[in-house]
Design a protein around this ligand. Structure first.
Ligand SMILES: *[C@@H]1O[C@H](CO)[C@@H](O)[C@H](O)[C@H]1NC(C)=O
Ligand SMILES: *[C@@H]1O[C@H](CO)[C@@H](O)[C@H](O)[C@H]1NC(C)=O
Ligand SMILES: *[C@@H]1O[C@H](CO)[C@@H](O)[C@H](O)[C@H]1NC(C)=O
Ligand SMILES: *[C@@H]1O[C@H](CO)[C@@H](O)[C@H](O)[C@H]1NC(C)=O
Ligand SMILES: *[C@@H]1O[C@H](CO)[C@@H](O)[C@H](O)[C@H]1NC(C)=O
Ligand SMILES: *[C@@H]1O[C@H](CO)[C@@H](O)[C@H](O)[C@H]1NC(C)=O
Ligand SMILES: *[C@@H]1O[C@H](CO)[C@@H](O)[C@H](O)[C@H]1NC(C)=O
Ligand SMILES: *[C@@H]1O[C@H](CO)[C@@H](O)[C@H](O)[C@H]1NC(C)=O
Ligand SMILES: *[C@@H]1O[C@H](CO)[C@@H](O)[C@H](O)[C@H]1NC(C)=O
Ligand SMILES: *[C@@H]1O[C@H](CO)[C@@H](O)[C@H](O)[C@H]1NC(C)=O
Ligand SMILES: *[C@@H]1O[C@H](CO)[C@@H](O)[C@H](O)[C@H]1NC(C)=O
Ligand SMILES: *[C@@H]1O[C@H](CO)[C@@H](O)[C@H](O)[C@H]1NC(C)=O
Length: 649
């Protein structure tokens, strides 16, 4: 109610600058991805928007309605009204369009981030273009009743504007832990103009006993990676190594997200990288436009470089009905800032901060500029929290989900990663190469120990690239994986073994295929027995892409993919299941005794549908640090198991 009192005069008269700044600040999309953003603002103006200046601008525009507007020019908005703001209202009252439904994310025990986007529309009965120079005002409310008619637990008003692409991100607070909630946004100037209702939840408090988490029921996470909207070309892992021919792939509809939302009991959605495909490099965009168009999935824009580019791509991806449904049905925990293809801390597959590297990127943007633009847009469009004071784009963070599990999200992509090597075998074994950077690695090890010390049963580690060594038929190792950072992987495995960290489950994205492995030192048949799983120190679940093309080959059929999978499970000691044909996702259903992973395969992604099936199911029993035998119960509906359970141990 406090906000409403401040707001009402603002609608009719001129508000004070402070009142307006409060309503702007409530929208976290204006703030920097860093907390304590003042310092960051000075150094990196792209990363925060100065809401005091914005408020002043809005007031100045409003004044000009009542005062002489002659000669008034605003350099920010020259394109909209040629600088004439004489008819500009103080806040937009002409109607709002909730163009991208609602979303929520980064739940804590008493708070969660709520997201929407509300774009001014032409007032009813007019063809007048909406005034983009004034803010829109939105109210939110959150309740435990599905129709929001019951008690409102938190509510408030906040502004959005052109400056943040009309996105709105607020923190709902004062919530009960471990509870399901419903939320909705409305137009402050017209309470009957409302967004769809979203579902979200809070996490249990860190000290909630494991068997009381989620009311004593198992909790289900859905895990995704690699969405590509358009048709395009991609190197398979082999081809990337050899730098040979590239293949055309038909990607498509994000049915996996919709399936998770509609056909599973997923309560929390995790994304492990490549939420959008940033690439569409010049060699593929023009050639492949026709293919995307044939399934109604043509991307707008170009290879991404500016804030506008990144916003446009996020905007377009978020029109997919499956993706919208998944954002609407539960909180997301996302990672990876989606800067560019195969990026590392100072560069990407085709651009970096050297003179020559800048020339490779669209409009000559150097990598650091692209990175800042990407991070700005990502924080506007995704319900992700700011993490910490002015730390290099840190998004690695930990969620304590009662005493049941810690969900530890790493950044193996942007934070402090040494160069991604094209010719991996020259650099991969260097002991001084790091994937995480020193700070993050230290934090990761501490987090693992703290998690075990605080008595959490499971340690679920979300990260972007495949951890287990995968020697694909001896051709070469994939370069964009932990295989390219072998010393770093060894340090992780050593830490787990030496500190007897139990029940660690590594989740991976990126590879566009499914790989399930026991965690052990690569090819170490002395310590680890692949038949029994004895000697392993955890499990890796690596998931296929939502749509991006298979690394086994373009649109490869199940039978042909299985031929390769046979080779892979035979060649790699730790690998227990390989599947390379279907696009999809997997879920983890976790209780104090077992963690079950179910892999889902989508039957056809060339059109929007909810047709899929559970292709394999894996059980990990607490304390065993390996896949339960027989692995996947000895049979799966797709892909190839190393053993089918008939072998004697
Ligand atoms: C609202 O946004 C949707 C999605 O962008 C669009 O299809 C629709 O035409 C818009 N409606 C109005 C009234 O602008
Ligand atoms: C308020 O919003 C509703 C629903 O969008 C719409 O039908 C109505 O015309 C709006 N009222 C005014 C005064 O704009
Ligand atoms: C929420 O968690 C914090 C620790 O992160 C704890 O201090 C606080 O007491 C918890 N709140 C409730 C209501 O359980
Ligand atoms: C930077 O990019 C250019 C052009 O792609 C490349 O030739 C050069 O090796 C790159 N340098 C680094 C350090 O990545
Ligand atoms: C990393 O180690 C390799 C091989 O020992 C060496 O050639 C290289 O200069 C080192 N790089 C750095 C940055 O220390
Ligand atoms: C990959 O496996 C082949 C045998 O299949 C072996 O010859 C080769 O040394 C392995 N490569 C690596 C990098 O381990
Ligand atoms: C981890 O599991 C091993 C084997 O069950 C056990 O000996 C060890 O005590 C456990 N470590 C901790 C810290 O609980
Ligand atoms: C694993 O080690 C054996 C020798 O112990 C070797 O023959 C084989 O090529 C290795 N495989 C991989 C994938 O490195
Ligand atoms: C996991 O699957 C096993 C076997 O199907 C079942 O007994 C167990 O209850 C499941 N656990 C969870 C948490 O879903
Ligand atoms: C997918 O659906 C399209 C359109 O109905 C159809 O042409 C195609 O054959 C289907 N693909 C598969 C693999 O079933
Ligand atoms: C998924 O759910 C939708 C709607 O709830 C239903 O129509 C569809 O048949 C379900 N798909 C499967 C494979 O069960
Ligand atoms: C398991 O695999 C073995 C050897 O590959 C085969 O002989 C056996 O029939 C299989 N059993 C089942 C149940 O598929």
């Amino acid at each position: 109610m406090y906000f409403l009192v401040l707001l009402l005069p603002f609608i009719d008269h001129l508000a004070s600058c402070e009142a307006s700044t409060v309503l702007l600040n409530r929208n976290l999309a204006y703030s920097s991805p860093f907390t304590g953003h003042d310092q960051a603002y000075i150094n990196q103006p792209q990363l925060a928007i100065d809401t005091k200046q914005l408020a002043k601008r809005h007031i100045a525009h409003a004044r000009r309605q009542t005062e002489d507007a002659t000669g008034f020019v605003d350099e920010h908005y020259t394109t909209f009204y040629g600088g004439d703001f004489s008819n500009s209202p103080t806040i937009w009252k002409g109607g709002l369009n909730f163009t991208h439904s609602v979303a929520s994310g980064d739940p804590f025990n008493t708070s969660v981030l709520l997201w929407t986007r509300a774009v001014p529309v032409s007032p009813p009965g007019t063809t007048e273009l909406p005034d983009q120079s004034v803010p829109a005002c939105l109210s939110f409310k959150i309740s435990t009743s599905p129709d929001l008619q019951g008690d409102t637990i938190d509510s408030g008003d906040a502004f959005t504007s052109y400056d943040v692409d009309w996105t709105l991100k607020v923190e709902a607070a004062g919530l009960t832990p471990d509870t399901k909630f419903f939320f909705q946004f409305s137009d402050c100037t017209n309470s009957s103009s409302v967004s769809p209702i979203g579902t979200t939840r809070t996490l249990p408090s860190p000290d909630t006993p494991a068997n009381e988490v989620n009311g004593g029921n198992p909790i289900t996470l859905a895990v995704f990676s690699c969405s590509q909207y358009q048709a395009g070309k991609r190197f398979s892992l082999h081809e990337a190594c050899l730098r040979t021919e590239i293949k055309l792939i038909m990607t498509g509809w994000f049915n996996a997200y919709g399936y998770a939302a509609h056909n599973t009991s997923a309560e929390i959605f995790l994304h492990l990288g490549d939420y959008v495909c940033t690439k569409i490099s010049s060699e593929t965009i023009y050639e492949s436009l026709g293919d995307g168009a044939s399934i109604g999935r043509q991307t707008l824009g170009r290879e991404l470089a500016t804030v506008h580019d990144y916003r446009q791509r996020l905007n377009q991806y978020r029109t997919d009905q499956g993706l919208l449904a998944a954002h609407q049905s539960g909180p997301w925990v996302t990672d990876d800032h989606e800067v560019a293809d195969q990026s590392w801390k100072a560069g990407t597959a085709d651009s970096n901060d050297s003179t020559i590297g800048c020339a490779f990127s669209p409009s000559g943007a150097c990598f650091t500029d692209r990175k800042l633009a990407a991070v700005r847009a990502y924080h506007e469009w995704l319900p992700i929290r700011q993490v910490t004071v002015n730390d290099k784009l840190r998004i690695w963070r930990n969620f304590e989900i009662g005493k049941l599990l810690d969900l530890t999200m790493l950044d193996t992509r942007q934070y402090d990663r040494d160069i991604t090597d094209a010719i991996i075998n020259t650099l991969a074994a260097f002991p001084n190469r790091s994937l995480m950077g020193f700070e993050q690695e230290k934090w990761f090890f501490n987090t693992l120990s703290q998690s075990q010390n605080r008595g959490a049963i499971w340690r679920v580690v979300g990260q972007q690239i495949v951890f287990t060594q995968l020697n694909e038929s001896g051709v070469c190792q994939p370069n964009d994986a932990w295989d390219g950072y072998r010393a770093n992987r060894e340090r992780v495995l050593n830490y787990l073994y030496e500190n007897e960290i139990n029940n660690t489950i590594v989740l991976s994205g990126d590879s566009h295929a499914n790989w399930v492995s026991d965690l052990a030192h690569p090819n170490d048949s002395t310590t680890y027995n692949p038949l029994s799983g004895q000697g392993a120190i955890g499990v890796e679940f690596a998931g296929t892409a939502v749509t991006s093309g298979s690394s086994f080959g373009t649109n490869i059929a199940p039978a042909a993919a299985d031929v390769k999978s046979q080779e892979y499970v035979a060649a790699n000691l730790d690998l227990q299941w390989s599947e390379g044909s279907y696009r999809g996702f997997f879920t983890l259903t976790i209780d104090p005794n077992t963690l079950n992973a179910t892999y889902y395969a989508m039957r056809n992604i060339t059109f929007a549908n909810l047709d899929g099936f559970a292709s394999a199911n894996f059980v990990v029993k607490a304390g065993e640090n390996k896949l339960s035998r027989p692995v996947a119960g000895g049979s799966t509906l797709a892909g190839v198991l190393k053993f089918n359970g008939s072998e004697s141990h």
